[in-house]
Design a protein around this ligand. Sequence first.
Ligand code: MN
Length: 191
Amino acid sequence: MRTAQVNRTTKETDIRLKLSLDGGEVSVSTGIGFFDHMLTAFAFYGGLGLELTVKGDLEVDGHHTVEDTGIVLGQALSRALGDRKGIRRYGSAFVPMDEALCFTALDFSNRPFLVFDAEMPQPMIGSYDSCLTVEFMRALAMNSGLTLHQKCHYGANAHHITEALFKSLGMAVKEAVQVTGGGVTSTKGVL
Ligand SMILES: [Mn+2]
């Protein structure tokens, strides 16, 4: 089974995460309702098992909670993938949500990079700052060795835009981590 467990404690956050690339229980509790909604959608559309508990310094704001969750989820993805042998490696997905249309393309290249192009029309979604999505995606990409591109083509509602970004991320990850062969998917022979 391709699984990983990562625990991380700092003065700002205490995070316990269990990840399975091949499905399983999904239970997410971060203290930010909308962020739970996004991570649950990501795991569901990613075909992932994800058990996550985060206790963050929400009395400051959501920044550390969201960014550190991205770090830990990225580390878990990288560990669960191991030597990345046999995976499809690339994945992409368009996801519409009502008036919004978002796209994700990614590559588990071991060369972390983020291109994020999505304007958020509203600054807050419940108690979640709209500007935290790019922070989460950057932390995820840097810590999982992921080349990650996300674009919102159009949209008027930050909830819809953000949800379409997380769902398309999940669908693209599901495609990319599929085992399709025995060797490393690279002309260099290593990822
Ligand atoms: Mn929703």
